[in-house]
Design a protein around this ligand. Sequence first.
Ligand SMILES: [Zn+2]
Length: 158
Amino acid sequence: MEKIASFQIDHTRLKPGLYVSRRDQFGGTVLTTFDLRFKEPNKEPVIDMPALHTIEHLGATFLRNHETWKKRVVYFGPMGCRTGCYLILEGTLDSKDALPLVTEMLAWMAAFEGAIPGAAPAECGNWQEQNLNMAKWEAARYGLVLKNPAEDRLNYPS
Ligand SMILES: [Zn+2]
């Protein structure tokens, strides 16, 4: 089998940042997949599983309610390696197009108070595995990475 595109990125040189992972065309529609890389791969601890689960619940809720973007949100979810998340948006987009949305999402997450959306047995397959405080901490930390990011935080190492 061929090596898929996301395995061809040199993870030993990848920094935390916001990257375009791929663009896929389906008929007249292009979907852009973003790599929201919270952690430096293989060099720092990954996101705690309960925190990552909470990031997924909060992020999906925020994105699918966003006035400007909600109709263009295809998917948001965690990477299996737990160093970040994928976000898929409709359109031919660059990192800078998604940066304001992702930054707004992280600020909202970092300030979130109250019941985690969807964290109930009827709504989630593992509803008790959540960590709101760590999710907020991770969102705040990644938010700092994306504050005035240099180009190497927006473009994969070539
Ligand atoms: Zn869940």
